[in-house]
Design a protein around this ligand. Structure first.
Ligand code: AMP
Length: 222
């Protein structure tokens, strides 16, 4: 009987530990102009308006079946003292836009607790944030778009031209998410790129996401 119970415990542990494994990451970046001209009411961070660039939303562990783990370890809560050396980079590349105006720790803590704890076996808290910053700088989405003549000036661009500009310049196919401005126009909201499960390199996405954009979308000013 005792061996039986031990076996059940071991199996449960095995299931729990493998259920936290994941297949790849999404690096999700957000155009602040599309966050702020939508129904989401924006507040600029305490230090002021972020620069007109894509901001990091998060690095999200995902499974190839399309679902994802979340809030994996309440025993490893966000600890701002572990990322003191990264704060100025975080303020510039991972700005909060939530209200009331704040310094960003709440957004970063939310992202760590929801997503980061699920890739803790690969990236500890400091690595999770430093890796995300490194990937964001490496891919330089705004640079890729501007080099192809796609500028955040309120003009409309075809979905294909945006996707092709990024794929052509950086080598990886992005997934584009749109939202609507207050007048109902479809606009470029978030760009997803896939990263291997060690967080070391971009990969082609192993799954295709459903499209929610009009064929032609706005790239608003910020
Ligand atoms: P997630 O659960 O990781 O998909 O993140 C979604 C949450 O992040 C929602 O509560 C959003 O309101 C919030 N969010 C998205 N973008 C930002 C941003 N730039 N600043 C602060 N919160 C944000």
């Amino acid at each position: 009987m005792k061996t039986h119970l031990l076996l059940i415990k071991l199996l449960t542990l095995l299931v729990l530990s493998t259920s936290q494994h994941f297949d790849f990451f999404y690096l999700v970046q957000q155009w602040p102009g599309s966050q702020c001209d939508s129904k989401f009411s924006c507040c600029y961070p305490t230090k002021g308006k972020p620069k007109p660039d894509f901001g990091i939303h998060g690095l999200w562990p995902n499974w190839i079946n399309g679902s994802y783990p979340s809030n994996c370890d309440s025993n490893s809560p966000f600890n701002s003292s572990e990322i003191i050396d990264l704060v100025s980079q975080m303020e510039s590349h991972w700005p909060t836009l939530s209200c009331p105006s704040n310094d960003g720790q709440k957004f970063w803590g939310y992202e760590w607790n929801k997503h980061g704890t699920c890739s803790k076996s690969v990236l500890d808290q400091h690595d999770f944030f430093s890796t995300t910053l490194k990937l964001k700088t490496q891919i330089n989405l705004l640079g890729a778009l501007q080099d192809a003549g796609i500028h955040p000036n309120g003009s409309e661009y075809t979905m294909t031209s945006i996707r092709d500009a990024i794929k052509g310049a950086r080598g990886y196919t992005p997934w584009i998410e749109c939202n609507r401005d207050v007048s109902g126009n479809s606009q470029l909201y978030q760009i997803y790129l896939c990263v291997d499960s060690s967080g070391s390199r971009f990969i082609e996405c192993p799954v295709t996401l459903a499209k929610k954009c009009s064929p032609s979308i706005k790239f608003p000013l910020f």
